[in-house]
Design a protein around this ligand. Structure first.
Ligand code: HEC
Length: 239
């Protein structure tokens, strides 16, 4: 067989794949169609939105505080420069619930669910840092927002929490501090490890804009791992 003929046969064998036999690659192929000027609402079943932008893609909504205005330096004066930012998010029930979920996922491991500075990580050597101290109560909303953006000293940056969602965390901390009239913060766990669906903060402005499908894991023991008790759970795997 000549080299040319062999090449032709190989090309023929590959043809079905080239013609789209790879139906398992559905990414980007099957997408909702939205016409120009069509009213579009990510929350509506009829005009359900696109899957959202990949993580770290450039924001299409602009940004409150671009890195070239205030650096990501973890210094108190850098964070202080964000103190004057006004909190644009009203502390309503929806904001407090989102804030509670973000707080419990990202902050409670160190600061504790009730902000008393007694999170699990403090048992492993992390410096206890209460958020219900008079000092923390007197921080401006913008300072706490900047603290989440940059981190400070021993605290790493949590800027993976998107800008607008950070205000939900700020609102929730204000509720935990007792600074919102008539609101007693709910500091009980919003969900257990491995739970998804409405137990998670949900879609964001620039992240994926559809909720994860709800899956309830079978938890057969209360989470006492930190105290050395055996923790058995199936994390959503079929039994
Ligand atoms: C890994 C542990 C850890 C996590 C997680 C963490 N922090 Fe902190 N946080 C600290 C430490 C330690 C300090 C003290 C920082 C310093 O000055 O060295 C601190 C300080 C703070 C302060 C300033 C308190 C003060 O009195 O100066 C705020 C506000 C704060 N954290 C909010 C948050 C929020 C909101 C989250 C979640 C998005 C969070 N932290 C997550 C460890 C953590």
């Amino acid at each position: 067989m000549s080299a040319n003929l062999r090449f032709q046969r190989a090309a023929l064998a590959a043809l079905p794949f080239a013609l789209g036999a790879c139906s398992w690659f559905t990414d980007f192929k099957q997408q909702p169609s939205v016409g120009p000027w069509q009213v579009f609402n990510a929350d509506s079943a009829e005009t359900k939105g696109f899957r959202g932008n990949p993580v770290t893609s450039v924001s299409t909504n602009g940004t409150l505080m671009p890195p070239w205005v205030v650096s990501y330096g973890q210094l108190p004066n850098v964070i202080d420069s964000m103190s004057t930012l006004a909190n644009p998010v009203p502390a309503d029930a929806a904001s407090l619930l989102r804030g509670r979920k973000y707080f419990q996922i990202n902050c409670a491991p160190c600061h504790g669910r009730a902000g008393k500075g007694d999170g699990t990580a403090t048992k492993l050597g992390m410096v206890p840092m209460p958020l219900v101290s008079d000092r923390a109560k007197n921080f401006a909303d913008g300072y706490i927002w900047g603290m989440i953006r940059n981190g400070r000293g021993l605290m790493p940056s949590y800027n993976r929490i998107e800008e607008m969602d950070r205000w939900d965390v700020v609102n929730y901390i204000r509720a935990v501090q007792g600074k919102i009239d008539g609101v007693v913060a709910d500091t009980t766990p919003a969900g257990l490890p491995g739970e998804t669906g409405d137990k998670l903060p949900g879609y964001t402005r620039i992240g994926p804009n559809r909720n994860a499908v709800y899956a309830h894991p079978t938890v057969t023991a209360t989470p006492k791992a930190a105290e050395g008790a055996a923790l058995t759970k199936t994390e959503g795997h079929p039994q």
